[in-house]
Design a protein around this ligand. Structure first.
Ligand code: SF4
Length: 415
């Protein structure tokens, strides 16, 4: 099989892994320039926040494991291919020189054993770093079950590593991925987190010590493959952020690509559910929410028609309206329609004088979405409502959705 055919098979096989940010979209090329549809190039963010394009491929789609949700599982009948480390390095350097990409995202099925697969990935990284003198961004998967020595070796060569947790409970992992275990996933995450901490103090003492996984670790969780609730998923994500300083938890709506009977009943990916979970994740990372603020055992699923932030505000309507001249930064962040930019602008501006609605207009702070949740100088301009349901009804759009997708300010895009 020639390298181009391998490339076609192994870029296509990599498209279901979302743990390096955007993958391909559904935009087709109808005779114009460019196409976002084929897999192969994805985008990620470097340590300093730049958006970079990556060659996104699998080293191989051969796999000795049989994870139920995966197109590359052992029992799926499909064309298989495997690169050599030299071929991956050749493609990366050639695409880089043509300015197609700025880095590499490399994942792999498990061949022979986790250690053997890791050794092959390390070989790719070594060729790129030492033979080709490549200083671009490299994100590689750590293979669950491999030794810590190999994680350490790879971590000193790449910028980012990820180990996919895949499912939010050990019970569903045992059911759908019987060759994996939570211990084989959480232990290396813990190891990467501890080594990164150690590396920071080493580098204070020895300036030339290599940086270990300098852009941190990420993971991916599948939404809808098993019967876990949204609460279980976001609770697991919160624990991962807290315990292992995870840079990002990515979520992937389950796509029925496998021939397994366990997931055969799922016909369409739960994309809107994935979107609500991403919104909740954003609220937990940047807005001071916890998983159990957003959902609880009596209500463990997001209402698909309600943005999680406005849902929270309506459920806690007794805390509103808040007076923006007295509210803390944390309280302002919880107002639907206000984001970090608006909250900072209000805090900084009110140092000089109490703010009025006219002041907010001059400060380019829209109160359209926040109106039902704030007072400004004691004045309330929201609607009069007698129940939570009444407020929801008022806020719904023509399709019955209540959205707060744009929270105000340049950096407030609420995915
Ligand atoms: S280990 Fe599981 S998820 Fe990874 S490639 Fe193999 S079958 Fe797929």
């Amino acid at each position: 099989m020639d390298i181009i055919e391998k490339l076609q098979i192994l870029t296509d096989a990599a498209k279901y892994d979302v743990s390096c940010s955007s993958s391909n979209s559904s935009r087709k090329n109808k005779g114009g320039l460019g196409s976002a549809d084929p897999a192969g190039i994805c985008h990620s963010w470097s340590e300093d926040g730049r958006c970079i394009s990556l060659l996104k491929i699998l080293f191989t789609n051969k796999c000795i494991y049989n994870c139920d949700y995966c197109i590359n599982r052992r029992e799926n009948l499909q064309k298989r291919a495997e690169f050599s480390p030299e071929e991956v390095a050749y493609l990366t350097i050639n695409f880089y020189k043509r300015n197609y990409i700025e880095g590499l995202f490399l994942s792999s099925g498990v061949i022979r054993s986790p250690d053997y697969t890791m050794e092959r990935l390390i070989e790719v990284a070594k060729i790129l770093r030492f033979k080709e003198n490549f200083n671009g961004y490299i994100h590689m998967k750590s293979i669950p079950g491999c030794s810590e020595e190999l994680i350490k070796e790879l971590g000193n060569l790449v910028d980012r590593m990820s180990i996919n947790i895949e499912l939010p409970t050990s019970r569903s992992l045992a059911l759908l991925a019987p060759d994996k275990s939570y211990n084989k996933i959480l232990s290396p995450m813990k190891y990467i987190s501890e080594e990164s901490e150690k590396n920071i103090s080493d580098r204070r003492k020895y300036k030339n010590a290599p940086k270990f996984v300098r852009a941190g670790q990420t993971t991916q969780m599948i939404v809808g493959a098993a019967d876990e609730s949204d609460l279980t998923i976001i609770d697991r994500a919160e624990k991962l952020y807290n315990a292992f300083k995870m840079k990002r938890v990515y979520y992937s709506a389950f796509i029925p690509v496998s021939t397994s009977t366990l997931t055969a009943k799922i016909k369409t990916p739960p994309l809107l559910r994935e979107h609500r979970i991403y919104q909740a994740d954003f609220l937990m990372r940047f807005y001071g929410f916890h998983s159990n603020d957003l959902l609880d055992l009596s209500n463990p699923y997001f209402d698909l028609k309600l943005d999680p932030k406005i849902n929270w505000a309506i459920e806690h309507i007794e805390r509103f309206p808040i007076e923006i001249n007295r509210a803390t930064y944390e309280e302002l962040l919880k107002v639907p329609g206000f984001g970090r930019t608006y909250a900072k602008r209000i805090i900084n501006s009110r140092k000089f004088a109490a703010l009025s609605y006219d002041d907010l207009r001059l400060l380019k702070i829209s109160t359209k979405r926040a109106a039902n949740f704030i007072t400004v100088g004691g004045v309330y301009r929201g609607i009069n409502f007698s129940s939570k349901e009444g407020l929801k009804f008022h806020l719904k759009d023509n399709n019955g959705f209540v959205q707060m997708d744009f929270l105000g300010g340049r950096d407030e895009l609420y995915i």
